[in-house]
Design a protein around this ligand. Structure first.
Ligand SMILES: CC(C)(COP(=O)(O)OP(=O)(O)OC[C@H]1O[C@@H](n2cnc3c(N)ncnc32)[C@H](O)[C@@H]1OP(=O)(O)O)[C@@H](O)C(=O)NCCC(=O)NCCS
Length: 158
C-alpha cells in the first residue's frame, strides 16, 4: 500500500488505513481460502483470498455497508517489485475457482482505488463509490464491486 497506493492516497491516509484495518486478518487465513504466490525460493510475492467473515472495515463505510456472511474477496496485495506480471491475476483466478468449488455464486469486494483496475479487468462491476471513515475522520475512497461467477455472457443469436 505504501508504494502502490501512493498515487491515490496521502501518506497519512495510508498510515491510518494500515493502523486501523491492516492488510491481513488471521481469521481469514484460518478459514482456508487464502492464497499466496511464491518465487522459487519461497519468498511471498502476492496474497489474496475470499471469506464469509465480516471485514473489520464493514462498519466504517460511508455508504453501502458490506452484507454479513456474503463471500468477499480480501487482502489482494502484490510486492511492488513484482507487479504487472500477472501475479494478482493468478491469485484472483485461484480465488474464483476455489469459491466456485465451494458453491459460491457471487463474490463482492471493496476495492481500493489502486486495486480497482485489476478487478475491472476480471469483470467485477461497480455497485457504488464509497469511503472508509478513518480514525482521524478523514475519508479513504473505495469502490464496492461484485461479480457473478455463474452467469455466462449470452450467446449472440445465429
Ligand atoms: C492491485 C494489485 C494487487 C495488482 O497486482 P498485479 O500483480 O500487478 O496485477 P496483474 O499483473 O495481475 O494485472 C492484471 C490486470 O489488472 C490491471 N491492472 C493491474 N495493475 C494496474 C495498474 N497499476 N494500473 C492499471 N491497470 C492495472 C491491468 O488490466 C492488468 O493487465 P495488464 O498488465 O495486461 O494491463 C497491486 O498493484 C497492488 O498490490 N496494489 C496495492 C494494494 C492494493 O490496492 N490492493 C487491492 C486491495 S482491494
Amino acid at each position: 500500500m505504501w508504494v502502490l497506493g501512493g498515487d491515490f492516497y496521502t501518506p497519512t491516509q495510508i498510515a491510518n488505513f494500515l493502523t486501523r484495518f491492516g492488510t491481513m486478518d488471521d481469521a481469514v487465513v484460518k478459514e482456508g481460502h487464502f492464497f499466496v504466490a511464491e518465487d522459487l525460493r519461497g519468498a511471498i510475492l502476492g496474497s489474496g483470498g475470499w471469506t464469509c467473515l465480516r471485514p473489520a472495515y464493514a462498519q466504517e463505510l460511508s455508504v453501502g455497508e458490506a452484507a454479513t456472511g456474503m463471500p468477499t474477496v480480501r487482502s489482494v496485495f502484490v510486492d511492488p517489485a513484482a507487479t504487472r506480471r500477472g501475479i494478482a491475476s493468478a491469485i484472483m483466478a485461484q480465488i474464483e475457482n476455489d469459491a466456485l468449488a465451494d458453491g459460491v455464486d457471487v463474490l463482492q469486494l471493496t476495492a481500493t482505488l489502486s486495486g480497482a483496475p485489476l478487478y475491472k479487468s476480471f469483470g467485477y462491476e461497480t455497485e457504488e463509490n464509497t469511503e472508509l471513515i478513518l480514525p482521524d475522520l478523514s475519508r479513504f475512497k473505495c469502490i464496492k464491486m461484485r461479480k457473478s461467477l455463474v452467469e455466462r455472457p449470452r450467446r449472440a443469436s445465429a
